[in-house]
Design a protein around this ligand. Sequence first.
Ligand SMILES: C[S@@+](CC[C@H](N)C(=O)[O-])C[C@H]1O[C@@H](n2cnc3c(N)ncnc32)[C@H](O)[C@@H]1O
Length: 286
Amino acid sequence: MTSTESSSRNLYDLIWGVNRDSPDWSIGRFDKLYDLLGTFDINGKNVLDVCCGMGSKAYAALELGARVWAYDGSVEGPNLLKSNVENQTAIPEKIKGWRRYKLTKPDMENLTIVPGMDITDITNHFGNQKFDIVYMGWALMHVADPERAAKDLQTLAKPGGLIALTYYHQNYRSQLTLDIHQYTYGLPLEEAADITARLGKRWGFQKTTTLRELLEHSEGNQTLTALKKLIADKNYTIEQVEDALHIEDMATPYLLNLHDDVVAGYFAKQCKILYKRPGLLRVRKL
Ligand SMILES: C[S@@+](CC[C@H](N)C(=O)[O-])C[C@H]1O[C@@H](n2cnc3c(N)ncnc32)[C@H](O)[C@@H]1O
């Protein structure tokens, strides 16, 4: 197991460890899927959701009649998707303005989950299996080698298949966020979890204190000590740092703002670009 796998698994399992019964995860799932793919025509298609997380888009794809493989480095994300499908927990949603699409209840028959595997093993895992649609939502900036991941997505797509991805682009994360990551990544995850929970910055937690108060008692806490050093080194205010704190940004192994042209370049040889905007790329495999 690589450190990437272990860390993203720990982190995302922790993030999804609270409020797991809330159906909020499902809100806006069709809009999100459409924004990524630019189509709802996926009935009967084989769809691979790479780094699916809790899989709201995978759930929507099932409702649209696709056969879905939902894969993630975390264990809880795909498992939550599975139990959400088994228990049909999504809030019913219509596709606004698209009467021609009939939605069906998602069915485990059409879902294969692949939890707990680092992305570097993805092509080994799927062997010669090829997909009509391969997408990766908000994860390329978290992996060790985005170019290799992009190559693997192309290996997994059929000729003529659609590949779509969203990622943090050029200036998506501020310099302050990148600095917080640089100063705090690798420190105990429990500390980041506790601090962000107490500041009301974690899903499901109410704010009970301020960073200023926490920093007054930072002895023995590596993360608070690191934040103090960051504030001193770079002249940020405590409030600026508190505003920018986010557990996902602190604790994911890689936090890259990717350049749109560089990402498009990963696909240039094997694919035709269908659509591109900052942080989103859609291509067709040749
Ligand atoms: C920001 S979440 C995105 C979840 C989902 N795709 C979405 O659009 O909501 C990033 C996902 O990438 C996964 N991930 C991060 N690094 C990974 C790696 N090296 N291998 C496999 N999965 C990874 C995490 O477990 C997490 O589910």
